[in-house]
Design a protein around this ligand. Structure first.
Ligand SMILES: NC(=O)c1ccc[n+]([C@@H]2O[C@H](COP(=O)([O-])OP(=O)(O)OC[C@H]3O[C@@H](n4cnc5c(N)ncnc54)[C@H](O)[C@@H]3O)[C@@H](O)[C@H]2O)c1
Length: 356
């Protein structure tokens, strides 16, 4: 069995720290690589020495560096994770490729902070024959695969969807647009409005998919509680997937039943998704990366999908800035500019951590 040598750039929350909340499955890049039978973390890198040393100690990694140059010049790496803030992703990927090309790059979401850089990042990887996987982790979660496989059986023909989210349209939006595309295909248009919260870019959105399906995406104040919930209304049932902190889930399932005054939706405690699922999404993402390296297949969470999630975030912001103007996707050339870029954010979880 081939063992792949891994390097991790960025040693913060998603690279390492979130694993302190891990129960059944890995919640970080280092946690995933440590658990995967075919990967070995050779070296790590962070410009912040405190974060670097704490991560090296936690995961017992002997080789650690404060520059990407040292990381790459001292080791032959097959896979490199880029787990730094999104505004650095393009520059870091470019730097990696200039020094020494790995076989694959596992990059955090959003892919970058603007569509031009995202396009260039994807092209750079393609031209250099490097597999690019973006960590829209729900694509690797068995629960979403199962819902996709069983959606018609669960609810019948879908009528409408409502998505509730907190944490801003950048942080949570990248995941929510990606998982909506995973289930319902490409987006046709978006209309958005600013919410009243004083936090980072909370938007309320009306969305239409190319399939004709319409839905609403509603933001909630993250200082009340965290929410990430997909509520689907079909011809015969309503299914509500409630995503909790650190990838735990609840469900609500309401099935149509005949009543003397006409059919009603009745809450069912027994839901048809209750079996135990192998939900180790980081480990499954790493297996996908290895399969892509070995068989040249397309990744489950490809750069192109992440581009489309970023395009939907950008369309939402442009729409809200233009009083809810309907923005069609793919975005017109006029919106593909380097100055149309996502602002920096501190992230819902950091705010949550500060309060507790
Ligand atoms: N997939 C998910 O569910 C998920 C969850 C959280 C964060 N994220 C994403 O992961 C990325 C990082 O978020 P985080 O919360 O882990 O941030 P963080 O601030 O906790 O960690 C980022 C680390 O990168 C380091 N860094 C910054 N620039 C660097 C550079 N040029 N070279 C080396 N190291 C550098 C910082 O010093 C820091 O330690 C963001 O894009 C965020 O959106 C994804």
């Amino acid at each position: 069995m081939k063992i792949y040598k891994v390097g991790v750039v960025g040693c913060g929350n998603i690279a390492s720290n979130y694993d302190k909340y891990a129960k059944e499955f890995a919640l970080t890049h280092l946690g995933g690589y440590k658990k995967h039978p075919q990967t070995e973390v050779t070296a790590i890198c962070d410009i912040n020495k405190t974060a670097l040393i704490s991560c090296a100690k936690c995961w017992k990694v002997n080789n650690y560096y404060t520059t990407i140059k040292d990381l790459l010049e001292n080791h032959e790496l097959d896979i490199i994770s880029v787990a730094t803030p999104y505004e650095t992703h393009y520059k870091i990927v470019r730097q990696i490729i200039e020094i020494k090309k790995p076989k694959a790059i596992f990059c955090e979401k959003p892919i970058t902070n603007n569509l031009i850089d995202a396009r260039n990042l994807i092209r750079l990887c393609e031209e250099n024959n490097i597999i690019l996987v973006i960590n829209h982790q729900r694509r690797y979660d068995r629960i979403h695969e199962l819902i996709k496989e069983r959606l018609f059986y669960l609810i019948g023909d879908i009528q409408k969807l409502t998505f509730w989210y907190s944490g801003g349209i950048i942080n949570s939006g990248s995941h929510l647009f990606d998982i909506l595309r995973f289930h319902f295909g490409d987006i046709a248009w978006i209309q958005a409005d600013f919410s009243n919260y004083d936090s980072e870019l909370d938007l309320d959105i009306l969305i239409k998919f190319k399939s004709g399906l319409k839905g609403s995406i509603l933001s909630c104040a993250s200082n009340n509680f965290s929410i990430f919930e997909m509520d689907l209304l079909g011809a015969k049932a309503r299914f509500d997937l409630i995503d909790k902190h650190m990838n735990e889930y609840d469900y609500r399932y309401f099935l149509k039943e005949e009543h003397e005054l006409g059919p009603l939706l009745i809450n069912k405690s027994e839901i048809p998704l209750s079996e135990k699922l192998p939900r180790d999404h980081f480990v499954r993402a790493i297996s996908d990366i290895i399969q892509c390296i070995e068989t040249n297949k397309k990744p489950i969470s490809a750069g192109e999908d992440a581009y489309k999630a970023l395009e939907a975030i950008t369309a939402s912001i442009v729409s809200a800035q233009n009083k809810g103007k309907r923005i069609y996707i793919p975005l017109k050339q006029e919106y593909l500019r380097e100055d149309i870029k996502l602002p920096k954010i501190i992230g819902e979880f950091k705010k949550w951590e500060k309060k507790n």
